[in-house]
Design a binder for this molecule. Structure first.
Ligand code: ZN
Ligand code: ZN
Length: 285
């Protein structure tokens, strides 16, 4: 299985517009891997996209990805969905429509569990939801996934696991190809779902984490702060990876406010025995 981390950033990009902190300033000059765009991941062998952040068009161009057959949504948060118009940008040709009188060139299957699909469909204009409009325009086919129910796509099996996060319903996706099991769980995945299916992993890609110590502007997250309920500490992530028997763990959804640059994450990798994602990271498993 070959995967690409299209975006390793969190709820805001690095650099953050208007921010002149050390991390953002350096990212502005050096670009990738110091710069990070919104959270998304691509399964190259099957053209499966997980989430569409605002930067998705630039990410696909950067990686020379010319086909997307499926989009899986983890949850509605803007950093994961506001690039949903990508189906229109890739596959709707005005000349096809108005001159040739033909349909869009590809119908993308858009997949999510019912709660998340409900959230996505409530993103709307006066005339209805954006997804209903795309469906009517033959750009997408809505596929409602059921919690813990498998979807077979060629040699791949995708299974969603619902997460009741503090303020939100989110999803952990299990991606299987023969014996290889990979989890993509970028955001709002605490408490992590308990299921034997989610064990013995070739790879765990996970977000929802915070660093310890001084963060942006020297702020530390106090003990008992709600952020600690929502996010995994590095120690909690290590424990989870051990419990899930993950051969490799890659941490993604990296926040600008954690105030670390690419090199500092490389140093943390040694300390924590975790890997940190970067934009354009390719993983073979
Ligand atoms: Zn900054
Ligand atoms: Zn997020």
């Amino acid at each position: 299985m070959e995967l690409t981390i299209l975006g390793s950033g969190g709820s805001t990009t690095i650099p953050r517009p208007g921010c002149n902190c050390r991390v953002c300033g350096e990212a502005r000059i050096k670009g990738i891997p110091y710069a990070r765009s919104g959270p998304s991941m691509f399964v190259n062998d099957a053209h499966l996209l997980f989430d569409t952040p605002e930067e998705i068009a630039a990410q696909l161009n950067r990686e020379r990805i010319d086909t997307v057959n499926y989009v899986f949504y983890t949850h509605w948060h803007p950093d994961h969905t506001f690039g949903m118009r990508i189906v229109e940008r890739m596959y709707k040709f005005w000349l096809d429509m108005f001159v040739r009188g033909s349909k869009p060139r590809n119908k993308v299957r858009v997949c999510a569990i019912p709660e998340v699909m409900g959230d996505l469909k409530s993103m709307r204009y006066r005339g209805g939801s954006f997804f209903d409009y795309y469906e009517k325009s033959d750009l997408i086919e809505i596929v409602e996934l059921q919690d813990r129910e498998e979807l077979q796509i060629g040699n791949f099996i995708i299974t969603p696991f619902k997460v009741h996060a503090t303020y939100n319903t989110s999803t952990v996706f299990l991606i299987q190809e023969q014996e290889r099991r990979v989890i993509y769980a970028p955001c709002d995945v605490k408490p992590f779902p308990e299921d034997p299916q989610l064990e013995n992993l070739a790879l765990l890609i996970i977000g929802s984490f915070h660093l310890e110590g001084a963060l942006k502007e020297g702020i530390e997250i106090p003990l008992g702060n709600p952020l600690r309920q929502e996010l995994f500490s590095p120690t909690e992530l290590q424990d989870l990876a051990t419990r899930l028997r993950a051969k490799r763990t890659i941490v993604t959804h990296i926040e600008e406010e954690w105030n670390r640059n690419y090199d500092e994450y490389r140093d943390l990798e040694k300390r924590y025995n975790l890997l940190f994602a970067y934009d354009g990271m390719k993983i073979k498993t």
